[in-house]
Design a protein around this ligand. Structure first.
Ligand SMILES: [Zn+2]
Length: 137
């Protein structure tokens, strides 16, 4: 499985996550699914109401408004994005526990190295993790 992210959306996503430092930052990616292609069309930066460097929670009202906009654009929610300011781009135990949607992709961006590292996963039944490749175009 591959998620396709246009350069523009990648740029918007990384700058939003960078702005959130030293806290974890989060967002949503929306777009279309056709056969095996998962194509991102839009990035939504979301506020981390936890304001923490090790946790994030999205604001329910903001999430509701964004989901409405996604539907109105004819897109679907493809991925949940968040940053790890000081740890690897791998789902933490908490990330797995909170991965309530097996149908979407979880993107994690680590800022622990000099350059940001972004990885994508599917998390099934809140425990089984499989990698998803990312194609930037
Ligand atoms: Zn995490």
């Amino acid at each position: 499985m591959t998620i396709q992210i246009p350069k523009q959306q990648k740029k918007e996503m990384l700058s939003w996550l960078l702005e959130g430092l030293p806290n974890e930052a989060c967002g949503l990616l929306a777009g279309v699914r056709q056969d095996n292609a998962i194509a991102v069309k839009k990035f939504y930066g979301m506020h981390n109401v936890d304001e923490s460097s090790t946790h994030f929670s999205m604001d329910a009202r903001e999430q509701f408004a964004v989901m409405k906009e996604i539907r109105e654009n004819g897109y679907m929610l493809l991925a949940n994005v968040h940053s790890h300011p000081d740890t690897k781009a791998e789902p933490s135990e908490e990330d797995k526990r909170l991965a309530y949607d097996s149908g979407i992709i979880y993107l994690i961006c680590s800022f622990m190295e000099k350059e940001p590292v972004v990885k994508a996963y599917r998390i099934i039944d809140r425990k089984r993790v499989s990698k998803v490749s990312i194609q930037y175009e």
